[in-house]
Design a protein around this ligand. Structure first.
Ligand code: PLP
Length: 511
């Protein structure tokens, strides 16, 4: 296989472990690769050989958008507005990040056209899937390397299906003992004894957990029996309560990790708890939000601390494309999870995303990545400090991660002429008009509905990617305080907005 990158060649070369069918598939794919390498024109041939790297212009250059606009002006307009918003506003939603040009290029590659159901080079249903298999293998190997795992599955289309696949693989679905309504009232279900679902102990949505951690409307709560351990009043995971509940309800799985929790976790304590139960419970960690910080060694690594399974999304702190990965060190669990995901839950995986996941995981091995993750964390700490010194109360008092949760209750922020206390929804809209995109969020013991909430959540992924540091975080804290103090006053919002526009001009997105 001359003229092909040596790593690709190695992946396709014959293996002793192959059974005869697999050996034939492998040989066919090798022949295809050879033919293509011989036939391709320059510069594709150079690239196939592993040469031909060059620094191109950034991909989001407006030429692409102009060519779309020639045939579809309406769509181009909306996309251009989004581009402008990212350029000129401070996007501070902690689940968002800016994908680099390499990630966006790979998303736009022809891998988007490929169907390659199955796993591994010789385990696909269709022919023509050799290149996609190479890409997937790279993504898996890099995921294992970066997180110190033995096995990785990179096919989940996003974080929610990754979690569902793990539940399907590890738990027995059935009837929950109770049906839970919107207010949290429990009604015993009929016939539970005949079809009991496995129990899971997790952090509920109102305490920072995710929908897939047992929200009553979600698949997770409909097919499995979720209970929630909650946080203390000041916003820390309540491990004592977790232990108390676990001894009483004997969960099959304890789930740690959340969407709106700013602190690291005591995995070792939860591991001990899981091991002390009879039967032993699984420890699953959903590090969707903070995987980038774990990859850079800035937060504890759940697998190293004893998690049986770990899921994460690739588009939050990690900064890759939308997607998710499931990690485990247990071969048997890995096999069950594979089958649960495909064919159990999903059809064809998205190989353009998987290529971009492979890229970001390659980038995660570099010093540049580590420095960026450090900046994300340091910026979050500086922003938290800036808010605290301006008298703003934060849930748990601060952050270990990229994420900050402001508790608006009893802080004297009012909205509108009647002087009523400002809620999360009003605060997020007031900040948007001031040029800052953050999200409303429930805070511990929140009595307001999820659509309203008493808090706001923000993160520093994008600000760090723009190159902003602690000094700018102090300025951002000041802008937030002034916007909230304004209580909806248009003059205050306009003044803050013009400072945001000046700040974003000073720190353009260049990646
Ligand atoms: N798990 C957690 C903790 C999350 O925060 C999220 C998304 O915000 C998910 C899972 C689901 O990810 P996705 O939106 O990619 O399905």
């Amino acid at each position: 296989m001359a003229g092909i990158h040596e790593g690709v060649r190695a992946y396709v070369e014959p293996r002793e472990s192959d059974k005869s069918l697999a050996a034939r598939t492998r040989a066919t794919i090798a022949r295809t690769f050879e033919t293509l390498a011989g036939k391709a024109e320059e510069p594709l041939r150079e690239l196939i050989a592993g040469r031909g790297a060059s620094e191109g212009p950034p991909l989001d250059d407006l030429a692409t958008l102009s060519s779309v606009a020639a045939g579809d002006a309406e769509l181009a307009s909306a996309v251009a507005l989004n581009e402008a918003q990212w350029r000129h506003y401070l996007v501070m939603i902690p689940s968002m990040n800016v994908a680099r040009k390499e990630v966006r290029a790979l998303l736009a590659s022809r891998l988007t056209d490929v169907y390659a159901e199955g796993y591994d080079l010789t385990g696909r249903y269709y022919t023509g899937t050799g290149p996609a298999s190479v890409v997937e293998d790279l993504a898996c190997r890099r995921a294992c390397e970066v997180f110190g795992a033995r096995f990785a599955n990179v096919q989940p289309l996003s974080g929610a299906p990754a979690n569902v696949a793990v539940y399907m693989a590890l738990l027995r679905e059935g009837l929950s003992e109770f049906r839970v309504d919107r207010e949290g009232n429990r009604t015993p279900t009929e016939n539970y004894e005949a079809h009991p679902a496995d129990r899971v102990l997790a952090l509920g949505l109102s305490d920072g957990g995710h929908l897939t951690h047992g929200l009553f409307l979600n698949f997770s709560a409909r097919f499995f029996d979720f209970r929630h351990y909650g946080t203390t009043e000041d916003g820390w995971v309540d491990y004592d309560r977790m232990e108390e509940m676990a001894r009483e309800m004997k969960p099959r799985l304890i789930l740690v990790g959340a969407s709106a929790y700013p602190r690291d976790y005591d995995y070792a304590r939860v591991r001990r708890l899981c091991d002390s139960l009879e039967p032993r419970a699984y420890l699953m960690v959903d590090m969707a939000h903070y995987a980038g910080l774990v990859a850079a060694g800035l937060l504890r690594n759940p697998l190293a601390e004893g998690a049986d399974v770990c899921t994460f999304t690739t588009h939050k702190t990690l900064g890759g494309p939308r997607g998710a990965v499931i990690l485990t060190n247990d071969e048997e669990l890995h096999g069950r999870i594979r089958t649960a995901l495909f064919p159990g839950l999903q059809g064809g995986a998205h190989f353009n995303n998987i290529a971009a996941i492979a890229w970001i995981l390659g980038f995660a091995r570099t010093e540049e990545f580590r420095a960026l993750q450090e900046r994300i964390r340091d910026d979050a700490k500086a922003l938290a400090e800036g808010l605290r010194k301006r008298g703003i109360r934060l849930s748990s008092g601060g952050t270990d991660t990229h994420l900050i949760l402001i508790d608006l209750r009893g802080q004297g922020f009012t909205y509108g002429s009647k002087g009523k206390e400002m809620n999360g929804r009003q605060a997020s809209e007031c900040l948007e008009r001031s040029g800052l995109i953050i999200n409303r969020n429930a805070v511990p013991r929140d009595s307001r509905k999820p659509w309203v909430t008493s808090g706001i959540r923000m993160g520093t992924n994008v600000l760090a990617a723009r190159g902003m540091g602690p000094e700018e975080m102090d300025q951002v804290a000041d802008l937030i305080r002034r916007a909230l103090d304004g209580g909806g006053d248009p003059d205050v919002e306009a003044a803050v907005r013009s400072e945001v526009l000046a700040l974003t001009d000073r720190f353009p997105i260049t990646i």
